[in-house]
Design a protein around this ligand. Sequence first.
Ligand code: GLC
Length: 436
Amino acid sequence: MTRSLSKKARDILLLNDHGGYTVPAAELYPYQWNWDSAFVALGFAVFNHDRAWQELETLFSGQWDDGFLPHIIFHVDDSGYFPGAAVWGTNKTPQTSGITQPPVAASVTRWLLNTNEKIGKARAAALYPKLLAWHRWFHTYRDPLKNGLVLCVHPWESGRDNSPEWDAPAARVDTSSVEPYRRRDLALVDQGMRPSNQEYDQYIALLQHGRSQNWNHAAIADTGPFRVFDVGMSMILLRANRDLLALADRFGTSEECEELQARIKLSEDNIHYLWSDAIGAYGSRDAKTGNHFEMVTSASFLAFYAGVGGDRERAALMANFERIDGMVRYMMPSFDPAHPKFDPIRYWCGPIWAVVNKMIALGLIEMGHTKAGQRIVRDTCSIIEQSGFRESYSPVTGEGTGGSDFSWTAAIWLHLSENRSATSPGVAVPHKLEPE
Ligand code: GLC
């Protein structure tokens, strides 16, 4: 079973390979997406290291001069897709969107380097300054409180597009100037598994706002209609800074190492800003009102991956883990199953996403919660065995939701199954998962 699924997973990556970059899913997402590509590189690394590096390199071909790395690179046009390059209007070559996504690329770079030093050394050295520039962009434009925690200015930036955390801040977005448009996703996927039309209008209104500001990121972060301190983005950036520091140690200057150490300390010292005693978990906050949304999401459990929290916080998070485990068959739902807005098949309102599971599992195992981490690995593999390489999965039944033949799910399968059977403990692999 594992072998035939691994064959299928490779086939999906090869099928979705558009020549140096991989689309998340044919038709549904026909371009290069930022964090998708980073995870996809983990999958390619299992059978073609060179191709894994290439995935990151083509992604960084879309980097702007100020270090910003867009969430989509439109290498070629696909006229049926909305919103395409012309709608974003960023006027870059290659054409790109104007918002970013969670920065996992530094962590993946470190992992690729550690698993194959020979192929990786020169490639990692070349990527290092680009990664540093991107992280500095976050520190410059997305840290308004100068406390090491970062803003998202569009739900798409969080990568968890319609998480119920975003409902209240998105409700303030004026959608009255959005002209009629056609959503391709609804022709391809059941409407009950996708964001609502109202949410889509908000996404487009926010895009229009960015465009009206000529994608001036300082202005958008200052006055944009949607500004949230995203727990997922903040935890992922903190982790990525730790991995970037390891790269800086080899390829950077001592000043750069000190700069990154200071960033890491700043985020560690202030992460409590995202804590809520009411839910016993880290969560996101509205940057406009200061309100904590008080919702437990799968991103809350990225605290382990980020390496933050004292005994009290970790115990409370593990109590939430147990509670959620008691309510669903498979872990980790993207949203709290006890909350009235939980929906097991609608996108980020409940379904399991393999990439988030991968990060949660790694963090849990690193922090000594081995059983819980292995549970997540097992569940991820079980739902894929049951339902194939789907975009996401119901935590209640394990049924597949969203798109099919999905690149990052295939990549995570390859990555997890490879590392579950790894027999070479001497290899320093920071993302390695323990065998069952
Ligand atoms: C959806 C997901 C996002 C992902 C993209 C491409 O928008 O919410 O996280 O990057 O699809 O797969």
